[in-house]
Design a protein around this ligand. Structure first.
Ligand code: SAM
Length: 339
């Protein structure tokens, strides 16, 4: 999946953006996404007044807002009529599901709000959210309470993790394994790719009940309901037995306790698989992980070496780390067969 990173924008547009004020441009694009302007204009041309009515944009700002999007290379304009550029269609429609548009833009708005006190956070070591007195439920609590939020978040990741899942399925040799427990498996995207690649493999997605409902839908659509099941539960508790592979993919910080639970849940010879965008050993990459830690609560900031050491310290052997796709790393370890 291609994201609208800055290199996708026309050079003359980028040359006009002062990096310190880039946040204003970015906030305008987020507003455009929140208003679903590119979806409304997809395959259509509309007059400014009609766009204003459809999206409830006041006429004080309407034309300036639309013209700023023209200036950014996201809309075309002629005689008061506007339509999407190829850039907008490709990166804001074709490459992004509606779930992504809703969830990601919401997260970005929350990030803007919290970052207004960044200097205070840097000085005090407290999180921006706590300084602002924002009593935010954790994302898992929010998903348990709100089905729409669970769907937006889970399906955003279903889309976003497709390429990672393909890469993982290509790399990971599960030919000698029978049953996979996908801990915090979310949409089921990883289990689906691994099950497709390994026709003998069964899998079980362990996640919140609201998320399991969505995973089950994706699994049905992939025609894999006979081989992939879902199990509502809490991944901080003892893990269910009966699986010879336990996978922990993009589930935030992985505690020693969780790794020990994985070790206890596996039979001798069982495999643990930890997948994430771990920090480089000099802790300078990936950039979005580093900046994300100023706005998110449970961001994974372990380095690959930290994770390898943690997996080893929990009793796993033959621990290996492999870069499988872009900045996604896969760390595997085996439970001794002599236990
Ligand atoms: C970022 S998502 C990743 C989903 C999936 N592994 C993937 O790679 O696409 C993390 C998942 O962990 C689940 N999760 C986090 N804490 C959990 C808990 N205590 N019990 C059950 N699921 C949890 C969330 O509901 C979410 O679906």
């Amino acid at each position: 999946m291609e994201t609208p990173t800055l290199d996708k924008f026309p050079k003359d547009v980028l040359a006009a953006i002062d990096v310190q004020r880039a946040f204003i441009v970015s906030r305008l694009i987020i507003a455009a996404e929140r208003l679903q302007i590119f979806r409304v204009l997809h395959g259509k041309r509309m007059k400014a007044a009609a766009i204003g009515r459809a999206l409830k944009i006041h006429k004080t700002y309407r034309d300036t807002f639309l013209n700023a999007l023209v200036s950014l290379g996201l809309l075309h304009q002629a005689d008061d009529t506007y339509w999407n550029t190829r850039l907008a269609d490709k990166y804001f429609i074709e490459e992004r599901s509606v779930y992504w548009t809703r969830q990601y833009s919401k997260e970005c708005v929350e990030a803007y709000e919290t970052l207004s006190v960044l200097e205070k956070a840097l000085a005090s070591g407290r999180s921006c959210a706590s300084i602002k007195g924002m009593k935010r439920a954790s994302y898992t609590e929010a998903m348990q309470r709100d089905r729409r939020r669970a769907e937006d978040f889970t399906q955003m990741l279903f889309h976003f993790h497709q390429d990672d899942a393909e890469a993982l399925a290509t790399y990971l040799d599960l030919s000698k394994h029978r049953a996979l427990l996908d801990v915090g498996g979310g949409s089921g995207v990883m289990s689906i790719a691994l099950a497709r690649k390994n026709p003998h493999l069964r899998a079980c997605v362990l996640d919140l009940a609201t998320v399991c409902e969505i995973a089950a839908r994706n699994i049905r659509r992939a025609r894999l309901s006979r081989r992939i099941s879902t199990m509502p539960g809490d991944i901080r508790r003892k893990l269910p037995v009966g699986h010879d592979v336990i996978m922990l993919c993009d589930i935030g910080p992985v505690s020693e306790q969780l790794l020990k639970n994985a070790h206890n849940g596996l039979p001798p010879g069982g495999l643990v698989v930890a997948v994430d965008r771990y920090l480089s050993d000099d802790r300078t990459k990936p950039l979005d992980r580093l900046v994300g830690s100023f706005v998110g609560a449970s961001v994974q900031l372990a380095t690959r070496s930290d994770m390898v050491a943690r997996v080893r310290s929990c009793g796993f052997q033959a621990v290996k780390a492999k870069n499988v796709y872009r900045d996604v790393w896969c760390i595997t370890g085996t439970k001794s067969s002599k236990q």
